[in-house]
Design a protein around this ligand. Structure first.
Ligand SMILES: Cc1cc2nc3c(=O)[nH]c(=O)nc-3n(C[C@H](O)[C@H](O)[C@H](O)COP(=O)(O)O)c2cc1C
Length: 192
């Protein structure tokens, strides 16, 4: 193993690969999408997702107005339009016309057909920070590309999504297979 050195960096965003989503909401009766990397599963039962967004974003208004939003995971061929949605505000451009939309049970959580996974969420809590807010959504339904739904575990290559390397990118395709989870550790020999 290489000799590991450590450097204190003080507070700045750490280098961390994060999944990317297009978050959808209706704002003033119209679908809008923005690009978000600060989101994660928070709980399994009930199934909760948390999303942290700057209060300046147009989409926030819609989430609060309708108490609903969607998380759409773009495929790697959608990288350009995904970046576009993170560069322009729905207060100035109509981003909804870039996608084929569909709806589930909640009529105000627009979802993107071209994305591999769509997660329909009902807003259950909002935590207010000074400049941002953390929206907590309960998952109402998940729509998956039929390519992904198989008897065996999904192959990450079928998934064909991408990650964002915080703090400033780039976007990267998801890498190679490494090992079976909840299994590979069973062969580990703890140190004496
Ligand atoms: C790669 C990338 C990741 C982003 N992640 C977030 C995020 O996690 N939270 C956030 O508040 N804004 C994030 N943004 C910024 C918003 O997507 C951007 O300001 C967008 O234009 C807001 O759109 P809206 O005003 O239509 O809501 C990200 C932008 C990019 C390009």
């Amino acid at each position: 193993m290489r000799k590991i050195g450590k450097v204190k960096t003080g507070w700045k965003l750490p280098i961390l690969p994060l999944p990317v989503c297009l978050l959808g909401a209706h704002v003033k009766g119209k679908p809008n999408f923005n690009t978000i990397v600060w989101f994660n599963m928070l709980h399994g039962n009930p199934p909760l997702i948390g999303v942290t967004m700057s209060k300046m974003h147009y989409t926030n208004q819609g989430i609060k107005e309708n108490k609903s939003f969607s998380i759409n995971i773009p495929t790697s061929e959608m990288v350009v339009v995904t970046d576009y949605c993170g560069l322009h505000s729905g207060s100035k451009v109509d981003k909804s016309k870039e996608f084929t939309l569909f709806y589930g049970e909640l009529k105000t959580a627009p979802m993107i057909k071209e994305c591999g996974i769509n997660i329909e969420c009902r807003l259950v809590n909002t935590i207010d920070f000074k400049k941002t807010e953390l929206f907590i959504g309960e998952i109402v339904e998940i729509y998956s590309d039929d390519n992904y739904v198989k008897e065996e575990s999904p192959d990450v290559k079928d998934f064909d999504s991408f990650i964002f390397l915080m703090p400033n990118g780039p976007y990267q395709k998801i890498g190679d297979y490494l090992a079976e989870s909840y299994e590979v550790g069973t062969s580990y020999k703890p140190k004496k």
